[in-house]
Ligand binder design. Sequence first.
Ligand code: AMP
Length: 191
Amino acid sequence: MINVLMFGPPGSGKGTQSVTLAEKYNLLHLSTGDMLRAELAAGTELGKKMEAIMASGELVPDDVVIDMIAHKIDATTGKAGFVFDGFPRTVEQAEALQKMLEEREMKIDLMLVLEVNDTELMERMKKRALVSGRADDADEAVINNRIAVYSAKTEPVIDYGRKAGVSRSVDGVGSIDEIFDRLCRHIETVI
Ligand code: AMP
């Protein structure tokens, strides 16, 4: 089993790349953002509780996403591993994931960190806002808050990965195919 964490600020292309990486290597793509949006769309109690937090660009509580991920991992068969997209987003989530994987005789094999400068990120987010239909993409203040939350709470997870010797930084500027090739080269080193 191989477990890959896709990292990078909002708009860095994690989601797009995770989908194709998952297809190529027979991994399950686990996006906590997609799971939460599905709860919202289905109008569940959980979705209703998380809606305001998500709309503001803040993070939902750690235990909510940790439970979601644990359920998905336990319900999965026939895959060669997982691509985690948008999770872990705090050091606490990273520690919980590591423990969860160890308990299931797995580990974090690779953390791919997409590097994209702020000007390019804002451009991409503005373009995405026109097509995504996401409330949190439509408002510049919310986008700025998501980037601030990423710096304050999520970037420290990169240090966690660095200390564990699994983090690799990847140039996230270029064509989708070019970036995909760069990511694949790193994955090939762990399979
Ligand atoms: P994303 O699609 O990954 O950008 O996530 C959209 C929103 O869902 C985020 O701004 C958070 O409010 C929430 N969210 C997604 N994943 C997480 C996570 N791992 N921890 C906390 N909140 C999350």
